[in-house]
Design a protein around this ligand. Structure first.
Ligand SMILES: CC(C)(COP(=O)(O)OP(=O)(O)OC[C@H]1O[C@@H](n2cnc3c(N)ncnc32)[C@H](O)[C@@H]1OP(=O)(O)O)[C@@H](O)C(=O)NCCC(=O)NCCS
Length: 149
């Protein structure tokens, strides 16, 4: 986690006062995602307090305004040694798309994972597969989902 040498973006761990802007970023992401504020707030508090199994980073622009975030979960698996991480959510403000914030958030996530002895980082992505392939990620499995109401 630190300052990217190629830009003035600053990546840092999220703090509780980031909740408004992270909520706004998530609410504007589209894809049918419409978070409820009360649930979001309680999840945000729990995740921030659970630093062993979660990693929540935000990207600030050169004015110190948060323009993106990356949320990763970290867990132990039975079939692998070390820890495994999954990038659950990566969102960049569409007004600043293409300026490297998304890549900087992935890079900072990777560095934080390595610091924590994580040995693999996965991400499920349909629409943004090309974005991750650019960064060296390769398709490894199909991702199936069943939701419980
Ligand atoms: C995907 C996302 C995080 C990229 O953020 P960003 O800050 O624009 O990314 P960067 O500026 O670091 O990189 C942009 C590069 O990735 C490419 N890219 C961005 N989205 C892409 C996509 N969906 N498919 C293929 N390439 C993509 C751009 O063309 C650009 O390439 P270039 O540098 O060669 O011009 C952002 O568009 C976003 O928040 N999307 C909505 C949420 C989402 O889909 N998240 C990912 C799944 S969790």
């Amino acid at each position: 986690v630190g300052i990217s040498p190629t830009s003035r973006h600053r990546i840092r761990p999220a703090v509780s006062s980031d909740s408004d802007v992270v909520f706004a970023l998530l609410s504007n992401v589209g894809h049918g995602i419409s978070p409820k504020r009360a649930e979001f707030d309680s999840n945000f508090v729990v995740l921030l307090s659970d630093s062993l199994s979660t990693l929540l980073l935000v990207a600030e622009d050169d004015n110190g305004v948060v323009r993106g975030y990356a949320f990763t979960t970290i867990s132990r698996l039975l079939h692998r040694s070390g820890l495994s991480a999954h990038l659950q959510e990566l969102v960049v403000d569409s007004h600043v798309a293409g300026q490297g914030l998304g890549s900087a958030l992935v890079d900072a996530t990777e560095r934080a994972c390595r610091d924590r002895k994580v040995t693999q980082l996965t991400v499920a992505s349909r629409r943004s597969a090309g974005f991750y392939e650019r960064l060296g990620y390769r398709t490894t499995a199909d991702f199936l989902k069943r939701t419980f109401e």
